[in-house]
Design a protein around this ligand. Structure first.
Ligand code: DGL
Length: 276
């Protein structure tokens, strides 16, 4: 096994990528990372016991995020993906301080905001949890790169509970999506960012609402490419498609998580309970 001095700690390509979220949302990003990097071992942590993060205080989100980061570092991960906007918006600094350059940390807001800011979009809408919207991080980051862009953020707090309850393709979710997207704040947008990693699970409903009028940013793809380019730059990409392993840890095992994780990663995966 080749061990590399990377500018982070001493890391090896064989080590897994650690990904975390409050629940099933991060799976939409994990799935894209798996598609783009099929040789990579992945460890996923879903903090199902404490969701929704979007309704929690900053202190609580920082506490959970740090504990999960420690867990993933103990599992020997070579990179950590914060596949949660609420955790990125409230705890990125603390996670970076804790990791202290031992491994790369990839979040879900900065790569997306940067990409959007340099493409030509004039009126951007962001839908996200309360914890993300109240941080204003999308708006600040996009406008730091391009101050001519108008960014309107709308909190859409009922979506995560609906998704976690398994109400996808369901009249209830349909009604909530239509109600939120009809909000005046979003009326002139040409581009929409799904600022919560759960929301790609409602892509069909969201697309139905907008038709071709509004471009929906593919955040999972942008973030997966960022993971790829960072690992590539540090020569940490696993080269062989042999014995690839996927591990899933949850603070509470839920039927919905089981269903979606098996749909994305195959029936043979096992879910393990982890106490934080
Ligand atoms: N999926 C997460 C996010 O991107 C968290 C949702 C929640 O637990 O409220 O914000």
């Amino acid at each position: 096994m080749k061990i590399k001095k990377t500018g982070y700690g001493t890391l090896s390509a064989e080590q897994p990528i650690g990904i975390f979220d409050s629940g099933v949302g991060g799976l939409t990003f994990a799935k894209e990372i798996k598609r783009l990097l099929p040789n990579e071992n992945i460890i996923y942590f879903g903090d199902t016991k404490h969701l929704p993060y979007g309704e929690k205080s900053r202190e609580a989100i920082v506490g959970y995020s740090k504990k999960i980061t420690e867990f993933l570092l103990e599992k020997n991960c070579k990179a950590i993906v914060i596949a949660c906007n609420s955790a990125t918006a409230n705890a990125l600094k603390q996670v970076l301080a804790l990791v202290d350059h031992r491994v790369p940390v990839i979040d879900v807001i900065n790569p997306v905001a940067e990409k959007v800011a340099y493409e030509i979009h004039s009126n951007i809408g962001v839908i996200a949890t309360k914890a993300t919207v109240s941080s204003g991080l999308y708006r600040k980051t996009i406008r730091k790169h391009n101050k001519f862009i108008k960014v309107d953020e709308l909190a859409t707090p009922l979506l995560v509970p609906a998704i976690e309850e398994g109400f996808r393709n369901h009249p209830i979710t349909h009604a909530i999506v239509y109600n939120y997207l009809s909000n005046n704040k979003l009326k002139d947008i040409d581009t929409l960012i799904l600022g919560c990693t759960h929301y790609p699970l409602l892509l069909k409903e969201i697309r139905q609402f907008y038709g071709n009028r509004v471009r929906i940013i593919d955040s999972p793809n942008i973030v997966a490419n960022e993971v790829k380019s960072i690992l590539e730059r540090h020569e940490l990409l696993r080269s062989e498609n042999k014995d690839v392993s996927y591990e899933f840890y949850l603070s509470d095992i839920t039927k919905n998580f089981e269903k979606i994780s098996k749909k994305f990663f195959g029936n043979s995966i096992a879910l393990q309970l982890a106490v934080l």
